[in-house]
Design a protein around this ligand. Structure first.
Ligand code: HSE
Length: 298
């Protein structure tokens, strides 16, 4: 018995929501085949597209999968094959796609004993291996689909947020690698009350805008005065890409997860396409190879 799953790339943080907001992309993702086996444990039999460890304890899908397996009481095991289309260190949830895909597929094969919330908890173990911190803002949208809010980590509370029908994301991925663990180390661990006020105002505004189909409010809320000023220094051309995207009508633009990918949200596919062209133009002059894609947010 086997299942083949699409494991979506995700944008975490979405500007104002560091570690709490995330959304799933439909244009990029890994493909994973998971098979039930009589042999106990998890065997990663093949990884295509990237050079990643096959050893279960060193592979995020192995670690996330073991967390599920131990809780399940299932006496057999699983084999996993991964066609890795998302590059590690790209900022669009490469490790999350593998972690989430593995547990999602296993749950299906076992007859769905676990809820989405439980699957997020298992997948977070994979994130812990990848970035030292069990953040859920990539695995939650990868499992629930669409836009999600991690309202609380302890106890874990994940909320699906509806999105307006014409919301599109343009994502440019410069071909440099930034490790999430490195780009977390440079962050300050304290913020001022003033910055807190700005940030939770924007989080509330963004969520309200998504519920009300209010694109202007969504745009006004896509700000981050805490993390973006620090991390954007690691991304060549960030300010230029952002001003160009805003200049052609993006609602907002920011760092995808821990970078280097940069995302912009737009109303309508035409604007998202114009944003892609403007990003291409900027990156063409920087001289770093990149890829770019557009997703509808569901
Ligand atoms: N919230 C995490 C971070 C996401 O920004 O470090 C990493 O993809």
């Amino acid at each position: 018995e086997e299942i083949k799953v699409f494991c979506p790339a995700t944008i975490a943080n979405v500007s104002c929501g560091f570690d709490v907001l995330g959304l799933a992309l439909d244009a990029v993702g890994d493909e994973m085949t998971v098979r039930k086996t009589a042999k106990k444990g998890i065997a990663i039999t093949k990884i295509m597209g990237q050079d990643l460890p096959l050893e279960t304890a060193k592979n995020v899908s192995g670690v996330a999968g073991m967390a599920l397996l131990e809780k399940s009481g299932y006496q057999g095991g699983f084999e996993i094959e991964i066609d890795k289309k998302i590059k590690p260190g790209s900022g669009i949830g490469s490790s999350a796609a593998s972690s989430a895909g593995a547990v999602w597929a296993m749950n299906e094969l076992l007859g769905k004993p676990f809820s989405n919330l439980e699957l997020v908890k298992f997948a977070m173990q994979g994130e812990k291996l990848a970035s030292d911190v069990a953040h859920a803002d990539n695995v939650a949208p990868a499992i629930y689909g669409g836009f999600t809010l991690v309202r609380s980590y302890d106890p874990l509370d994940v909320i699906s947020i509806p999105t307006p029908s014409e919301l599109f994301a343009t994502v440019i991925h410069p071909q440099i690698e930034i490790k999430t663990s490195d780009s977390r180390k440079i962050l300050k661990t304290n913020i001022t009350l003033e910055k807190g006020i700005q940030q939770w105002g924007n989080v509330g505004g963004l969520i309200a805008g998504l519920f009300k189909n209010d694109y202007d409010l969504i745009g006004r809320s896509l700000e981050d005065h805490i993390v973006e000023p620090i991390r954007s220094i690691l991304i060549p051309g960030f300010d230029h890409v952002k001003s160009s995207a805003m200049g052609v009508g993006a609602l907002g633009c920011g760092i995808s997860g821990s970078g280097p990918s940069i995302f912009a949200l737009s109303k309508g596919e035409n604007v998202a396409q114009r944003v892609a062209e403007s990003m291409k133009e900027v990156y063409g002059t920087i001289g770093i190879p990149f890829d770019i894609h557009i997703s509808k947010i569901n």
